[in-house]
Design a protein around this ligand. Structure first.
Ligand code: F0G
Length: 458
């Protein structure tokens, strides 16, 4: 007999949080009140919350114990020095600038390194990252491989950078106009797709020749390392912690949202190798975040973050984490639901253009689909399409090729039975897809509109 070898969670459950079940009538009212934007729903009206994997993870007993060891001194908290030591040991960066979360680090980095008119290439954009680059006067340039924009391409490393695109930018604008290349591990907007070490090393070689820095968005670096271990030649036997270090070694610094990989509810940092940049960052941090030894986090937050970072690079943890995402993806595929291939690290991305082919992009297919899934079952997902992409500096809409709904899995929170319920609900919506009508936007905020925009059904 060929007995399969399943993954299982390397933890057991010590405490549970009860969730509310809702009726169709309650959901109909809640969705209408929320302007058909899942960000505006009250969390108590949500059954299974797949809005994000950011700050929604379950901390371990060790992390909770660490919270009790919080040293709430204004300056020089011992938790800061613990966090600094972990970052130096795990990632190898020399200097730590703590921030309240990822975008705090993005703000500081962008202000220091970007001058007006600079070009900032990146492997696809992330909403807050690009906005901070633009607010600092930079112009974002997408240099990800073309396969990343195609939801059907099975390329195992869709987060890879097209070096020809980088070379063309250098040729056109000159290396002096490019302060750094922003490399994300894994690429969120592409569906949680990883970058390979081979590609990153080639990029390092190219940027060295031109004196261009590489700044990592290391928000989901451990998940990226897992894909390298599974799919890149030569890494099958290398532990994730070593792969993580090898990724960081190719770069000059990093911004981090601790709310993902590290399983904390709040926290982040900027990590740097260059003393001068660090000095400037330490100056700015006191303006925007807090003193340079807490940067917007309480002592207890820094302690939980330090412990969570160590837990995130454990092979068994990551095997179960991505294993659960893949289980959900397999269930969806059984119902022929169109999802981004290959299955990524932090969630399932449903292709709304294929799901609702009768809607134009201006009728917000992904926003519509997210609302329909909530109406069916109380499951909350997130639009990652034209609404998230926002407008260019000249006011025109970006029309991203990918129009997706993200079913994001918080770490260590839901069970396999929840995964079945999620796939079944999506399948029910899929069955009646032809009857679903689109939406129009009736309120549009100026920045990051997806958070607060309101819609009406057509
Ligand atoms: N970079 C990436 C790749 C992210 O996914 C996020 C946040 C950030 C930076 C910003 O970090 O939220 O701590 O300020 N992503 C969340 C999400 C919001 O739902 O994907 P932050």
């Amino acid at each position: 007999m060929n007995i399969k070898k399943s993954w299982a969670e390397p933890y057991k459950i010590k405490m549970v949080e009860l969730i509310k079940m809702t009726t169709p009538a309650q959901r109909k009212k809640a969705m209408k009140d929320a302007g058909y934007n899942t960000f505006l729903l009250k969390s108590e009206d949500v059954y299974i919350d797949l809005l994000t994997d950011s700050g929604t993870n379950a901390m371990s007993d060790e992390q909770w114990a660490g919270m009790m060891r919080g040293d709430e001194a204004y300056a020089g908290s011992k938790n800061f020095y613990h966090l600094e030591r972990v970052i130096q040991e795990v990632y190898g960066y020399k200097y730590l600038v703590p921030t309240h979360q990822g975008r705090g680090a993005e703000n500081i980095l962008s202000q220091i390194m970007i001058k007006k008119g600079d070009i900032v290439p990146g492997n696809m954009y992330f909403t807050t990252t690009r906005l901070h680059q633009e607010l600092a006067g930079g112009i974002f340039a997408d240099v990800i491989i073309d396969e990343a924009h195609n939801s059907e391409s099975e390329h195992p490393f869709k987060g890879d950078i097209d070096l020809n695109k980088v070379e063309a930018l250098i040729k056109k604008h000159g290396a002096k106009k490019i302060p750094y290349i922003c490399v994300a591990t894994t690429v969120n907007m592409a569906g949680g797709q990883p970058i390979s070490l081979k590609n990153l090393k080639e990029l390092r070689k190219l940027t060295k020749q031109h004196g261009i820095k590489i700044m990592l968005d290391m928000t989901r670096i451990a998940e990226n390392a897992y894909f390298i271990q599974q799919n890149e030649k030569g890494y099958a036997e290398v532990p994730i912690v070593k792969i993580v270090r090898e990724i960081c070694n190719q770069t000059d610094g990093a911004t981090m949202s601790g709310k993902k990989d590290a399983c904390v509810n709040i926290g982040g940092f900027l990590a740097l190798n260059d003393w001068d940049t660090f000095e400037e960052a330490r100056n700015l941090i006191v303006v925007y975040e807090g003193l340079h030894t807490y940067g917007g986090m309480a002592g207890r937050d820094m302690e939980a973050l330090a412990i969570g970072l160590l837990e995130s690079v454990d092979d068994h943890h990551m095997n179960a984490r991505v294993g659960q995402v893949h289980y959900l993806g397999q269930q969806m595929m059984q119902y022929n639901i169109p999802i981004v291939q290959p299955i990524g690290g932090h969630g399932i991305f449903v292709d709304a253009k294929k799901f609702l082919p009768h809607l134009t992009q201006d009728q917000f297919p992904a926003q519509t689909l997210a609302a329909e899934v909530y109406l069916d079952s109380g499951i909350r997902t997130m639009e990652r399409g034209i609404v998230s992409a926002g407008r260019k500096a000249n006011g025109e809409n970006y029309y991203p090729k990918l129009e997706l709904v993200r079913f994001t899995l918080p770490r260590r929170v839901y069970t396999q039975a929840h995964m079945d319920v999620i796939a079944e609900s999506t399948a029910r919506v899929f069955e009646k897809r032809n009857k679903i009508k689109g939406m129009k936007m009736i309120y549009e905020p100026k920045y990051l509109r997806f958070f607060q925009a309101r819609f009406e059904k057509l």
